[in-house]
Design a protein around this ligand. Sequence first.
Ligand code: EPZ
Length: 417
Amino acid sequence: MEALVIEGGVRLKGEVEISGAKNAVLPIMAAALLTHEECVIRNVPDLRDVRTMIRLLESMGVEVVWKDRELRIKAHSIKEPLAPYELVKTMRASVLVLGPLVAREGVAKVSLPGGCAIGERPIDLHIKGLKALGADVDIEEGYVIAEAPGLKGALYIFDKVTVTGTENILMAAVMAEGETILENVAQEPEVWDLITVLRKMGAEIEKVEPNSLRIVGVDGLCGFEHEVMPDRIEAATFLITGALCSEYLVLKNARAEHMVAVIAKLRECGVEMEVSRSAISVKGADVIDAADVETQPYPGFPTDVQAQYMAMMSLARGTSVITENIFEKRFTHAAELRRMGANILVDGNQAVVRGVEKLKGAPVMASDLRASASLVIAALAAEGKSRISRIYHLDRGYEAFDKKLEALGARIRRVKE
Ligand code: EPZ
């Protein structure tokens, strides 16, 4: 286990490169299962979750070559369409192989992911979608067993907006016989990066306003080459870091069009930012005004930025109410921020944050990916030294976060626990 030791109070400054998006590259890697041909994925971030997905694909007999930021994946033949519990429990996004495996092999055995720190995380809507397409799906000993000699196009309405649910059923439908209509689909940019890839592979997918997709099944799909979109959640994390703890930061490769809600909310707090075609610059704010926020599916304010925003509200002028509408337990970072002097009252899916003059460094513990980022931001802004343990959570979704911060002037080092 490793921890981060951070000396707060340093004003960061400089340029930071935003890496490829974790939540885009994972479904795109799973899409490679839909063809026997070679798939080339570029701008791949070096993340624990990417390495886990590689291990999962290789365990099925898929060839994966990873050089620099380029992945070459060739699912020539599938040895066994199985995603074992040992892997799925470390990364729930492993369930993204379910749809492609049923589409390609007609059978899949994927462990149920189980819950995690932010919520129970069911996949009932994934299973209902596969059944709608004609698959027989049972749950046996903690595994989803799906079988379908041939999937048939159908109308399927998602009871709730689900990102990986949309991606899974979409990948199952692209080779189903006939037409599939998916209603109430997720609109996240990462879903559209996957759709771009599936279209490159020969899939027929069109958007039907406002939130449906129409898919006409094809007999087979070919390989693709694709450059993964930049990570809008990493970019949002650096915008908040810049607002709170920098003179200025320039985020290179950030795509402002994917971050409209976040940029609008930061401007409401008085944060100054400049947007250009492929970069966003942010100036450190002397005073940050408190502003309420509610997390929503895209294009609303992302749940994956809620924890980082709470760190910023801890030092804002005034009181803010943060409402978490997506996950039922996504406030674990509040207790850790309180250890640093934050004044936060959690009541159900709402947190009332009263801004304080300053935070003081303390030993704290990361519990999930975005909570870890929230604690890093708070530690950078706090007076004195903090030690953040269990930072493997951070390494799952942020590429070299400590190195990027160090290059901006942060006093941060990684130590063995
Ligand atoms: C994706 O998770 C992201 N992960 C999450 O990012 C992100 O927080 C989440 O979408 C919401 O934007 C990846 O893309 C790999 P959901 P996902 O299905 O797909 C409920 C991060 O920090 N639900 O959109 O698992 C669910 O419980 C991670 O990078 C069902 O009830 O989330 C939740 O309340 C964390 N039944 C809501 O829907 C289902 O079958 C949204 O979940 C599926 C979901």
